[in-house]
Ligand binder design. Structure first.
Ligand SMILES: CCC[C@@H](/C=C/S(=O)(=O)c1ccccc1)NC(=O)[C@H](Cc1ccccc1)NC(=O)N1CCC(N2CCOCC2)CC1
Length: 227
């Protein structure tokens, strides 16, 4: 994998969004991943609708939380995602207003990078080791990841390196988008697109120390597949 990589430099990342007072981080993580996949496979960067998932993804729980793996399945069943403009974000659950005629992007399947080929858990690869995530990311696009967000809540700038006791990798409670990795003054980092608005962190981004599988970032990596 390259020494450093950032999908923002390659046009595969839409502007930072704000989930507001709604626990819909899972939807933003998934739309961010699909925006990247769609851009890389179809050449167009779209801003896709999280509200469609909040209102219409019955496998998840709207502002009460969700799982990217459920969301990919729901998007396949629905037939795709409308754009942010066509199905705009309100930050609370409404009745489903999805119309298949307005689908702007679709997915063919999804991959859990934390499982082996036939989807069994246990054989962790492609996500467990940092070099594997970096290689997969540089090759295939931004990755949906989940992590313990405790340290994120107190983050302002720089490379965050919380003590493990403040970032229990088994207490994962937030879903975000991994867009790149690199080094700052010799400190390796992951570049993470958050969904708490542009005022959060560094222009809406969180930079997490890339080492020793901090905050559980290696546990739930996934991506949609667009053919
Ligand atoms: C109230 C939900 C908040 C929301 C978004 C986070 S947030 O609001 O951005 C935030 C996170 C941390 C600190 C502060 C703010 N979190 C989630 O959606 C998290 C994201 C996540 C966690 C773990 C693994 C993968 C993804 N998911 C969840 O909270 N859930 C996952 C699905 C679960 N269902 C239970 C019933 O059976 C079906 C599944 C409900 C809870």
């Amino acid at each position: 994998a390259p020494q450093s990589w950032d999908w923002r430099d390659h046009g595969a990342v839409s502007p930072v969004k704000d989930q507001g007072m709604c626990g819909s981080c899972w939807a933003f993580s998934v739309t961010g991943n699909i925006e990247g996949q769609w851009f890389l496979k179809k050449g167009k960067l779209l801003s896709l609708s999280e509200q469609e998932l909040v209102d219409c993804d019955r496998l998840d729980e709207a502002c009460g939380g969700g799982l990217p793996s459920n969301a990919y399945e729901a998007i396949e069943k629905l037939g795709g995602l409308e754009t942010e403009t066509d199905y705009r974000y309100t930050g609370h659950k409404q009745s489903c207003g999805f119309s298949s005629g307005k689908v702007a992007a679709y997915i063919n399947s999804s991959v859990e990078l934390s499982k082996d080929e036939n989807g069994e858990a246990g054989v962790l690869h492609l996500c467990l080791v940092n070099a594997e995530i970096a290689a997969w990311l540089a090759e295939n696009g931004p990755v949906s990841v989940a992590l313990n967000a405790f340290a994120m809540q107190f983050y302002r700038k720089g490379v965050s390196r919380p003590l493990k006791i403040f970032c229990n990798p088994w207490m994962i409670d937030h879903a975000v988008l991994l867009v790149g990795y690199g080094e700052r003054n010799g400190v390796p980092f992951w570049a993470i697109k958050n969904s708490w608005g542009e005022d959060y962190g560094e222009e809406g981004y969180y930079y997490l120390y890339r080492g020793s599988r901090l905050c559980g970032i290696n546990k739930m990596c996934s991506s949609a597949v667009v053919n």
